[in-house]
Design a binder for this molecule. Structure first.
Ligand code: NAD
Length: 415
């Protein structure tokens, strides 16, 4: 069965929101498309001496609220429509969190697992060579996403700095600490999700100390979710997975063991003393909390009815299709939607930009406290809208976020 086109999913979600907000037809049409996008060809000298050409994209979806902000994904299956969808979701995410930023996203079709470190560096610098005139602290600020790392952000920042003749730390976020990164950026996406989960659990009267947890995806978002679910709440993580499969252990899985096995064998599917399960099985486990922390379109109309979790925390972007959303809502599953649940990453990226501009670094505690305030406020804003209009959490998040972007476009005289 073919997966839905993520951009069509994003447009459908906006269409639903337009009806709820009774949006003007022209404004709705404007918001259905990116304002600007770049398609680039990047020639890279490979280690064997040959030139290989990679295709890349940067989409600047809407910058009514401020400079575009959004990650760069390196993935063999990357498409322009995935990048468009992710850029749209970034627009709603920054708006929902009340950040003075718009939404953008980038991507390069490649498999970094098959590239040497030198090839990764030349590709990362080559990508910036193609788009540097169109990005920067006042225009568009990229960051890491799937299969891109703080090291790659450092190369990209350095390339941009060389081309502009300045030490422009604020042109990119998610950098290592020693070159203008922020305390707390590495686990920010998962931590932000935890703050929304804490509020949701209070609302639903779920004791997180006794809760069981399954996590799909074991990269930046998923692996930190594992550690934090235990450290912050004392929950029991009984299942984890990555692109090569997953495991289940009713007694709980130790994050240190999971991290070691992943480092040694490149997958968590080899964790000992546990039962091997597929990614599909993980989603349908009888657990209290499910973290979707891999990729888009994994919860569909085919499996939504079999999901037993009481709360789904969407750390990934776009894991649930609109048809699945309707089924989950009907079944009383509380979904913390992606652009709320995973907004911790962009929020600390925003903190990183602010610190770069101020040239003043905040402590871990300051970052955590400011992140908690923003995530908690955003969660309750969405919950309030959901109750007010009697709509699901995703539709509620859209109404809050889209209304703010529309207001900014009106004040700027665009519409
Ligand atoms: P990552 O590259 O660090 O990790 C991705 C993980 O997903 C890997 O463990 C990989 O094995 C796994 N994976 C890939 N395909 C899979 C599949 N088909 N089934 C199960 N697992 C699969 O990426 P990340 O930064 O953790 O991003 C994960 C998701 O979170 C993405 O949707 C991303 O857009 C979203 N997100 C990340 C951040 C961030 O700050 N890192 C912020 C917001 C949203």
């Amino acid at each position: 069965m073919s997966k839905p086109n993520p951009f069509e999913v994003a447009q459908k979600q906006l269409d639903d929101c337009a009806k709820i907000l009774n949006l003007d037809a022209g404004v709705h049409e404007f918001l259905r498309h990116p304002r600007r996008e770049f398609h680039v060809s990047i020639p890279v000298r490979m280690d064997d001496g040959k030139i290989k050409v990679f295709q890349g994209f940067r989409v600047q979806y809407n910058d009514a609220l401020g400079p575009c902000k959004g990650g760069i994904r390196y993935h063999p299956d990357e498409t322009i429509d995935t990048v468009r969808a992710l850029a749209a979701w970034m627009t709603w995410k920054t708006s929902l969190l009340g950040l003075p930023l718009g939404g953008g996203k980038g991507g390069v079709i490649c498999n970094p697992k098959e590239l040497s470190l030198g090839e990764q560096e030349r590709l990362s610098r080559g990508y910036i060579d193609m788009i540097w005139q169109y990005i920067g602290p006042e225009k568009d600020v990229p960051a890491p996403d799937v299969y891109t790392t703080p090291q790659m952000m450092a190369w990209m920042m350095d390339e941009y700095s060389k081309l502009t003749g300045s030490n422009s730390f604020g042109c990119i976020t998610g950098k290592p600490l020693c070159v203008g990164g922020s305390c707390g950026r590495s686990d920010a996406t998962a931590r932000g999700g935890m703050y929304t989960l804490r509020e949701a659990a209070k609302e639903l009267n779920i004791d997180l100390k006794k809760a069981t947890v399954a996590i799909q995806g074991y990269g930046n978002a998923g692996s930190y979710a594992h550690t934090l679910a235990i450290d912050l709440f004392g929950s029991k993580v009984v299942a984890v997975s990555d692109s090569k499969g997953g495991v289940y252990n009713a007694n709980g899985i130790d994050p240190d063991v999971a991290g070691r096995i992943k480092a040694e064998t490149s997958t968590v599917a080899n964790i000992p003393q546990s039962k091997k399960i597929s990614n599909e099985e993980l989603l349908e486990l009888d657990v209290d909390i499910l973290f979707a922390a891999a990729l888009e379109n994994v919860i569909t109309k085919e499996n939504a009815g079999s999901i037993k979790a009481k709360i789904i925390v969407e750390l990934a972007n776009g894991p649930t299709t609109p048809e699945a959303d309707a089924i989950l809502y009907r079944n009383g599953v509380h979904v913390i939607p992606d652009f709320l649940a995973n907004a911790g990453g962009v929020t600390v990226s925003y903190f990183e930009m602010v610190q770069n501009i101020m040239r003043y670094c905040w402590s871990f505690d300051e970052v955590y406290q400011k992140l908690d305030e923003r995530m908690t406020m955003a969660y309750h804003g969405v919950l309030g809208a959901s109750k007010k209009y009697n709509i699901n959490m995703r539709q509620a998040a859209y109404t809050v976020a889209v209304a703010r972007v529309v207001e900014a476009m009106k004040m700027r005289g665009w519409i």
